[in-house]
Design a binder for this molecule. Structure first.
Ligand SMILES: Cc1cc2nc3c(=O)[nH]c(=O)nc-3n(C[C@H](O)[C@H](O)[C@H](O)COP(=O)(O)OP(=O)(O)OC[C@H]3O[C@@H](n4cnc5c(N)ncnc54)[C@H](O)[C@@H]3O)c2cc1C
Length: 388
């Protein structure tokens, strides 16, 4: 190989997603020669499908407590140095209109395409090269890193792994970051699907399938963790925000407890209504508290008290999750013990950085995952070593 034909950069960022593009902007602002490589034919594919096409790009209530990680303190530094307000300032600079939907979740009024365009425009303004349709076969290090790609070998002082998690493989998700991190001696916290619908056990499937489409507010709890949002019955089991949230915390064999009448003393209230209207059918009374289809499916079963007790402490033991095909995120990833929380650089592999979802930091549903992608991207972009 003729080295004069080998392209050389101060930093090569692998993955043109949320974290990678943000890192490139920040590094570009510092005058670094930056290339972003992606095997996809478009940049920011996951941003485009996020938030139902409107991209829930941050959550104004973001705190480190909204993230799951083996080291709950790791995200604190990056999150405090790049906040939702900082991202909002960028959004305002690009005149992107937004609204708060619920629980601090901010969405574009128009389309997620605006967020991708904003990131690409910012990259262009600081001279970042974005190289798409670029397959990466390997990266090795001697004095510098050498990245082998379908568009030739490239040399660089810094490599940033920004290839995200394993969810939605049909969109090009890959374990590249995890594999390369392992190759450079970093530990990986075993990954699993998160923010994912759950499947009912075979003997309960018929019951859940019959209720498919029923949604109601609930508190979903596993151990000490609980979420008060809505639950949706599906033809495979349960979904809806409360289930997606709790799914990220589940360990094998865990059972979820659901309260389908939050903040109500259902037994007492049902008894009182039956006393006031003794001729009214059980299912009609129940239907005043939960959707009628759920009331109908329970009413024939047993006494009103027992049904009320069941609705207050409903047990659901998932057979399994719906897997990476349906998961919004990956839980686990490159071990934070092996990374600097300030710069995201590997502690024992100089010049190697890991950002975004590939790191063992997973946000709740509601814009937190993008906030982590932006914040970790900025931290690395500011921390990248200058080439000599
Ligand atoms: C359906 C869906 C909706 C979502 N909605 C939201 C939301 O509204 N709000 C929110 O906060 N989070 C949301 N998320 C999660 C959010 O999209 C991710 O957490 C975030 O995109 C992670 O950013 P990232 O840069 O680490 O990875 P990504 O954005 O996934 O980017 C990774 C990039 O790396 C590229 N890549 C992967 N493997 C390779 C390889 N081997 N070689 C070269 N390139 C590679 C990919 O093509 C991709 O461009 C959603 C996720 C899904 C699946």
């Amino acid at each position: 190989m003729n080295l004069s034909q080998t392209r050389s950069f101060d930093a090569i960022i692998i993955g043109a997603g949320a974290a990678g593009l943000m890192c490139a902007i920040e590094a570009g602002k510092r005058g670094l020669r930056v290339a972003v490589l992606d095997h996809n034919t478009i940049a920011g594919a996951k941003i485009l499908i996020s938030g139902g096409g409107r991209c829930n790009f941050t959550n104004i209530g973001t705190t480190p407590n909204n993230f799951i990680s083996d080291n709950s303190h790791f995200a604190r530094s990056a999150l405090s140095r790049y906040t939702p307000q900082d991202f909002l300032a960028l959004v305002a600079k690009h005149k992107i209109a937004w609204h708060e939907k619920t629980l601090g979740q901010l969405f574009c009024d128009g389309s997620a395409k605006q967020i991708v365009k904003m990131l690409l425009d910012e990259c262009a303004a600081v001279g970042v090269q974005i190289i798409l349709n670029c397959k990466i076969s390997d990266a090795s290090k001697a004095d510098e890193f050498r990245v082998e790609t379908s568009q030739g070998a490239m040399l660089t002082k810094n490599v940033v792994l920004a290839t995200g998690g394993l969810s939605i493989p049909k969109m090009g998700a890959s374990g590249f970051a995890l594999d390369l991190a392992k190759k450079f001696g970093l530990n990986v916290v075993a990954p699993k699907p998160g923010l994912v619908p759950l499947k009912a056990a075979a003997d309960e499937l018929e019951f859940y399938t019959a209720l498919s489409g029923v949604a109601l507010p609930a508190i979903a709890q596993c151990g000490k963790t609980k979420f008060a949002e809505s639950v949706l019955f599906t033809h495979r089991g349960l979904s809806g925000p409360a289930i997606l949230q709790i799914s990220s915390y589940l360990k094998h064999q865990d059972e979820i407890e659901l309260d389908f009448a939050p903040a109500r003393d259902l037994v007492t209230e049902l008894k009182r209504r039956r006393h006031e209207r003794p001729k009214v059918e059980q299912k009609t009374l129940l239907g005043e508290f939960v959707p009628q289809r759920l009331a109908d499916s329970l009413a024939a079963e047993t006494s009103l008290e027992k049904i009320a007790t069941r609705l207050k402490s409903w047990r659901f033991k998932p057979a399994e999750t719906e897997g990476y095909a349906k998961a919004e995120v990956m839980v686990g990833g490159v071990d934070t013990n092996d990374l600097s929380s300030k710069t995201m650089e590997a502690k024992h592999a100089n010049g190697l950085y890991v950002i975004g979802e590939a790191v063992d930091v997973t946000g709740w549903l509601g814009g937190y995952n993008f906030q982590w992608a932006w914040a970790s991207g900025v931290a690395a972009g500011q921390g990248l070593a200058q080439a000599n």
